[in-house]
Design a protein around this ligand. Structure first.
Ligand code: PGA
Length: 250
């Protein structure tokens, strides 16, 4: 049985006081045990503060990115070892905003995923097609390439720390959510591709949590989660306001 996950991607949207206020609100209003695992991904500079607020809760605080190397000369980047030092051991990789605007390729994602998993991190690997790719009938070949290149060479034993987020680029921040059927079709495809990647892939893919992301809101989450291959949501906008984030988790 795969546990559901509701993950809030706060992007570069919040000030420190806004991030702290949402974290405090979650701490105060959420029961100590929730059916779904709750995660938040604040900006790097807000991590110490948000994780100290959420320290005694079961809410996971993760980073939006990490550089795939040990402590080294790499100006402007953050190493997994630095994250671990402040208690962060979960990270997003390959969000479409980084792919689109910062040149993050499947190969770079692969290096990050390998390094992070090797360091014992949990990784949420984001994949998804653009509108042009969907309209030209290439959705599944794009997803297949993102899976094969992004997860290349990763040992099956490390998959228990991996979460995949299917986020169609055309649905992110646009208010245009994928229908539950469109999302389910993509999720089933992703699970099946991963099952075929290596020996023992079927068991690994059965326990893999696959989140949907792209205009998830309190009024569409239930229909998405009713689908057998959708194991949760990676939520941007609706996680950046306490009321709607609480409504989603509920
Ligand atoms: P959105 O963002 O919920 O605002 O569409 C989702 C994401 O980018 O992770």
């Amino acid at each position: 049985m795969r546990r559901k996950i509701i993950a809030g991607n706060w992007k570069m949207n919040l000030t420190l006081s806004e991030a702290n206020a949402i974290a405090s609100g979650l701490k105060e209003k959420l029961p100590s045990k929730t059916d779904a695992e709750v995660m938040v991904f604040p900006s790097f500079i807000h991590l110490p503060s948000v994780s100290s607020i959420l320290g005694e809760t079961n809410i996971v605080v993760g980073s939006q990115n990490a550089y795939p190397a040990a402590l080294t000369a790499m100006t402007g980047e953050i190493a997994p070892a630095q994250l671990r030092e402040i208690g962060i051991t979960t990270s997003l990789v390959g969000h479409s905003e980084r792919r689109q605007f910062l040149g993050e390729t499947n190969e770079i994602c692969n290096e990050k995923i390998k390094f992070l998993l090797g360091q014992g991190f949990r990784v949420v690997y984001c994949i998804g097609e653009t509108l042009a790719e969907r309209e030209s009938g290439n959705t599944f070949s794009v997803l297949s390439t993102q899976i094969k290149q992004g997860l290349k060479g990763i040992e099956s034993a490390l998959f228990s720390k991996l979460i995949v987020a299917y986020e169609p680029v055309w649905a992110i921040g646009t208010g245009k959510v994928a229908t539950p059927e469109q999302a389910e079709e993509a999720h089933a495809f992703i699970r099946n591709e991963i099952a075929g990647l290596f020996v023992g892939g079927k068991e690994v893919s059965e326990s893999l949590q696959i989140l949907y992301g792209g205009s998830v809101k309190p009024d569409n989450i239930a229909s998405l989660l009713s689908k057998p291959n959708i194991d949760g949501g990676l939520v941007g906008g609706a996680s950046q306001k306490l009321d709607s984030f609480l409504a989603l988790i509920k």
